[in-house]
Design a binder for this molecule. Structure first.
Ligand code: GAP
Length: 440
């Protein structure tokens, strides 16, 4: 559902671009598709990798107080009892008696059906969002396991091992990127709500009395991360959760929301999870997960600040935010103004004349040399104007054009995406030129 016609049109354009140019495809499309499930194509996978790399660089490699983890998707089923997910991770669903549509109770429009406007519903029923499976050879109650609905629990249950291996001292955090699964039953807006998606989560452990100041710092840090990757300030806002919408483990939570074409919606949540999870896992596992201060010998359960974002939601927000149309010489130019770290292709090498063997050979050689440093592509399937437009549309930062003169003066034309400014650059200097341009 879209806020405005303008929003609906923008979304339509982005979805169409994503399919046409290989960013995002409907899952299982040739079998009629699978609800709330999407696949990433050749450019989409690059964008997603870039989002994850930028996040890892900012929250792990760029800090002294953070480290990483990669835990499994299927874990001991008792973990979900301890975390409260078996008991509390429910959506309340209602059926519209008029159109028979099924909706989350909290997604009704002021008590009215979002599909037909009627207000006669069945009684709400709780529906657990976790995907169930079985491990081992027998499919009975004793072998039930779940696909993780959040990556966070993998961090909590490895807290002690990480602490022992790293000698980290409070405050410190553990970051993880990985798949999470939720049996979302209501229709999602493109990749906004998926059944299989990726999370980027941080569990940041602090002394209880330091939790609130750290909560505030993390909210600022995370907002600044989106800004630093070029997201427009007016499209981001913070929203503090009301008491009645807090997750069962949270004492407080602020969402970073993005102004999607279908309205403001959650991009990332930053919660104060208190000592809930470590205490619960200590209780259920019988292992002491307290932190011991090496100087004072004091033992206690740290509090946890959790910035938890979605890779897919971030990628979608970056795509929508970057989508730009402008009139150039009487025609509409579509430019995906992705920032340098996020652009799937940094440099495209384009021969001006594909019938000229020497130009083609030189172009391919340039592409082969440059691809050791950045993602590059070679394309000779159309006239140069069209090739430029195609690269603009997918956010390629620089186009390097090889022409007849290049064979003589050993120079190429470098065109910048946003300004379309062109510069002749000596071949000897091309690599250094591009490295400098792309690193600023
Ligand atoms: N560990 C806390 C947690 O999982 P959440 O708000 O349920 O909190 C965190 O999820 C982030 O994961 C969300 O802000 C969103 O970006 C992403 N996310 C959650 N459910 C999603 C879904 N069905 N499809 C895509 N992304 C989702």
């Amino acid at each position: 559902m879209h806020k405005t016609d303008k929003g609906a049109k923008l979304m339509e354009k982005v979805v169409s671009l994503c399919k046409r140019r290989g960013f995002i495809y409907q899952s299982s499309e040739i079998y009629g598709g699978l609800a709330n499930s999407w696949d990433y194509g050749p450019l989409g996978v690059e964008l997603k990798q870039n989002v994850k790399a930028a996040w890892w660089k900012a929250v792990v490699h760029g800090r002294d107080d953070m480290t990483g983890l990669d835990s499994g998707i299927i874990m001991h089923p008792d973990i979900w009892k301890a975390s409260g997910h078996t008991e509390n991770f429910y959506d309340i669903l209602v059926d519209c008696k008029k159109c028979k549509g099924r909706f989350r109770e909290d997604h009704l429009n002021g008590g009215k059906c979002p599909n037909c406007g009627a207000s006669d519903f069945t009684k709400g029923r709780a529906f657990n969002l976790m995907f169930k499976t079985h491990f081992g050879a027998v499919e009975d109650d004793a072998s039930v396991a779940y696909l993780r609905p959040e990556t966070a629990q993998g961090i909590f249950v490895q807290f002690k091992n990480v602490l022992d291996a790293t000698n980290l001292k409070l405050p410190f955090g553990i970051a993880q990127i990985g798949k999470a699964f939720r049996n979302e039953v209501t229709a999602g807006n493109f990749t906004f709500r998926m059944r299989e998606f990726e999370q980027m989560e941080i569990e940041y452990f602090t002394r209880p009395e330091d939790a609130e100041p750290w909560h505030k710092r993390w909210i600022d840090d995370r907002l600044n991360w989106y800004y630093s990757l070029g997201m427009k300030r007016e499209n981001l806002r913070l929203r503090e959760h009301g008491r009645n919408e807090l997750a069962h483990y949270a004492q407080g939570c602020s969402d970073i929301e993005y102004n999607f074409p279908f309205g403001w919606a959650e991009l990332e949540g930053i919660a104060n999870r208190t000592d809930f999870d470590l205490k619960q896992h200590s209780k259920f596992s019988g292992k002491d997960l307290q932190y011991q201060d090496k100087v004072t010998n004091e033992k206690f359960f740290p509090y946890v600040i959790e910035p938890s974002g979605g890779v897919d939601r971030a990628a979608l927000a970056f795509l929508v935010d970057a989508y730009h149309e402008e009139e150039v010489e009487g025609r509409t130019r579509v430019v995906l103004r992705l920032s340098k770290p996020l652009a799937p292709i940094k440099v495209a090498v384009l021969p001006l004349l594909k019938s000229n063997h020497e130009i083609v050979t030189l172009s391919k050689k340039i592409k082969n040399d440059l691809q050791r440093y950045f993602t590059c592509m070679y394309n000779d399937t159309a006239a140069i104007g069209k090739l430029y437009r195609r690269q603009d549309e997918v956010g390629t930062f620089y186009c390097v054009t090889v022409d007849v003169q290049s064979l003589e003066d050993k120079q190429v034309t470098v065109r910048e995406r946003d300004t379309m400014a062109q510069e002749r650059v000596p071949l000897d200097n091309l690599k250094t030129y591009l490295i400098e341009k792309l690193s600023t």
